[in-house]
Design a protein. Structure first.
Length: 128
């Protein structure tokens, strides 16, 4: 399995396997701290090979540079099937509202698949 897309954006939607992603970014600029970012979407598209067609557990965790958890982990499972195909994709789309930030920093979003780290991306927060 491999990650094809892992991004933050203003809006995302999955409809019958088709992804719509609007306004991708990796930095939030705040006027003052503490601040609240009203909403963002996290989009992950994972491609599975034929021998990986089964149910997989996933978990998304966030950690700041001090190792502190920023939000509660997001977890679930995906059923991967691709009849007649050599590969299949699963799209994960999550909307997160009212993220609180106390100051400049980086929050790493890490996705685990079957309890193994698959990928991570940073979300930078700075005053501007």
């Amino acid at each position: 399995m491999r990650t094809e897309i892992f991004t933050f954006c203003d809006f995302a939607q999955e409809n019958s396997g088709k992804l719509t992603i609007v306004g991708t970014f990796d930095t939030i600029i705040a006027r003052n701290f503490p601040c609240v970012h009203p909403q963002l979407a996290v989009v992950i598209r994972i491609r599975f090979d034929l021998w990986e067609f089964t149910t997989h557990k996933f978990r998304i965790e966030t950690r700041d540079l001090n190792g502190e958890q920023s939000i509660e982990p997001i977890s679930g499972q995906v059923e991967v099937s691709g009849e007649g195909k050599a590969t299949a994709v699963s799209n994960l789309v999550f909307t997160i509202s009212n993220l609180h930030f106390n100051g400049n920093g980086v929050i790493n979003f890490v996705i685990y698949m079957d309890d193994k780290e698959l990928n991570s991306i940073p979300l930078h927060v700075r005053k501007g």
